[in-house]
Design a protein around this ligand. Structure first.
Ligand SMILES: NC(=O)c1ccc[n+]([C@@H]2O[C@H](COP(=O)([O-])OP(=O)(O)OC[C@H]3O[C@@H](n4cnc5c(N)ncnc54)[C@H](O)[C@@H]3O)[C@@H](O)[C@H]2O)c1
Length: 270
């Protein structure tokens, strides 16, 4: 990692990273795709603040970044809780200063028939996936507007626009966050804020592997061939991180309001 934010090379011949000079906030950055993206952001010279409920994994991710010469902070935060979100952003301002990238990634899934889903299931998923995005993005658009703009990337899903059996609640929440990304892109374009969504298929993380296992236990056949038919093979978390780095960076300067499918053609196939 380099600290040079100029174009070209520094005295050692290293090129600055694609996020040099930027500060990024990542929700759900402790594990899975959030971790691989935290590491990728830092490799591209961003300073990173990770907001997550998993303290040990979050601190481990920060340690990995620091050992590689980067700058990172972990802030234990339940992003579905308004007071914790506000306290975490206050801490980001104190420790890292103004930020210009937000990766809104934290989220989870419930695999269940709709008719067996409870109000508690609904509240839990809406809180973790949707309320969190509202709380985090509400704060970020204000602060980014005050600081001259920035780039927001929201993790949506192949389930944002396609429907899946046993995932009604999940599809609702992921449709909501994709629409949030589009609405932010329209409302805040003139403040210099871009907002896009990444829409992965099945990714090899705790979330993705649990989802496949629970769907198969309920009689679906993802392991037995449906996954290969839909997307060829399972996606590696780093393949999503590459897309997020691009959208976060100035290379995507004229790209906003988009859903970038990271799915090896699943959505195109329908
Ligand atoms: N893995 C997949 O196949 C897949 C596909 C499409 C979309 N997604 C999306 O990716 C996200 C899940 O990420 P992953 O696949 O890397 O799984 P993961 O379970 O490894 O990571 C999720 C991270 O979010 C954190 N988190 C969960 N609830 C939180 C909360 N209330 N506050 C703060 N942090 C919280 C977890 O601690 C964890 O670090 C979700 O938004 C999910 O909808 C996953």
């Amino acid at each position: 990692m380099t600290s040079n934010s100029n174009k070209g090379t520094d005295q050692t011949g290293n090129r600055p990273g694609r996020l040099a000079g930027k500060t990024a906030v990542i929700t759900g950055g402790a594990a899975g795709m959030g971790r691989t993206t935290s590491l990728a952001f830092a490799r591209e010279d961003a300073r990173v603040a990770i907001l997550d409920i998993q303290k040990e994994a979050g601190e481990e991710t920060v340690q990995m970044i620091r050992e590689a010469g980067g700058t990172a902070e972990f802030i234990e935060t339940d992003v579905s809780d308004a007071s914790q979100v506000d306290a975490a952003f206050d801490r980001v301002a104190e420790t890292l200063g103004a930020y210009n990238v937000l990766f809104n990634h934290a989220g989870t899934i419930t695999v269940k028939p709709l008719h067996e889903s409870t109000e508690d299931d609904y509240d839990r998923l809406m809180n973790i996936n949707v309320r969190s995005a509202f709380l985090v993005c509400r704060r970020a658009v204000k602060e980014m507007s005050d600081n001259g703009g920035g780039s927001i990337v929201i993790t949506a899903s192949i389930a944002s626009e396609l429907g899946y059996a046993l995932e009604s609640l999940y599809c609702m929440t992921k449709g909501a966050v994709l629409q949030l990304a589009r609405a932010i892109s329209v409302e805040y374009r003139d403040q210099g804020i871009r907002c896009n969504a990444v829409c992965p298929g099945f990714v090899k993380t705790a979330h993705g592997l649990r989802e496949i296992s629970e769907l198969d236990q309920a009689g679906q056949e993802w392991e037995e061939g449906a996954l290969a038919d839909a997307q060829g093979r399972i996606c590696e978390p780093e393949e999503v991180s590459s897309a997020v780095v691009f959208l976060a960076s100035d290379e995507a300067s004229f790209i906003t309001g988009n859903a970038l499918y990271v799915d090896n053609g699943w959505y195109a196939k329908g």
